[in-house]
Design a protein around this ligand. Sequence first.
Ligand SMILES: C[S@@+](CC[C@H](N)C(=O)[O-])C[C@H]1O[C@@H](n2cnc3c(N)ncnc32)[C@H](O)[C@@H]1O
Length: 263
Amino acid sequence: MPTEELTKNNKKQKAKIETYKIAEDLKDVKRPEDPKRVQHFFTSVAKKYDLANTVMSFGRHYSWKRFTTKVVEPKEGQTGIDVCAGTNDIAILLARIVGPSGKVISLDFNEAMQEVGKFKAKKHGLDNIEHVLADAEALPFEDKTFDFLTIGTAARHLRAPNALAEWYRVLKPGAKMACLEFYSPHNRIWRAMYNWYSYNIMPKVGALVARDKSGVYNYLPDSIRVWYTEERYQELMQEAGFVDVQFRRFSGGIACVHWGSKP
Ligand SMILES: C[S@@+](CC[C@H](N)C(=O)[O-])C[C@H]1O[C@@H](n2cnc3c(N)ncnc32)[C@H](O)[C@@H]1O
């Protein structure tokens, strides 16, 4: 899509986000979080997001992201999209694989996060990442545009059926999508330890690293607890039309990657 058209679409998307309406056929599905609260959170943590993420996940998020990239099987010259791309960790991995003859769209609705992402792409000398400010549930792209789609630790901010339907729409037949997300561990003892860590330590570390005094980091554990089980998210992907849907848990189940193909 030409850049001018994308900019025009961005403006439309911005207006859409401000006056968000639930799709007619999915009235019963609420946003898990108020998008304004999500925006506030990411604007306030953007500059320190990477550091806070690394400290809070003990650096594990990099290997989860590498796996997410690998399962969509990107190839040189292809065009893909990373939605809710934030500071571009996944987009950068993908951009290196598709190379200068390919392209990665880095899409996010938060300008502060995207600015950090733009800075990182430049620092890595990658000019095949195109940044789009838009809502991940209403993508400003034609049907069957992309060879692959990824999303990292952000699906729980979205209404899963709407988002999955939209991602399915923009993928080409045969294309793969992968979703990395946080989950609650299954093992009772590990879950109790993880819950204690996420409510007592994580917000404090987050606040300290990101120098935040407003308590926004309490939002993280809350949003993880109200999310689906891995099995239910697999079903939702199948209900959206994806086939060969698989998932793999990481770090005792605190993270999981789902992936599947559009037939
Ligand atoms: C936890 S961060 C993840 C960033 C990156 N994917 C990663 O794995 O490090 C979540 C990102 O999703 C974005 N986001 C949340 N809801 C969104 C929506 N409806 N549309 C687009 N981006 C959204 C936020 O702005 C934020 O940058």
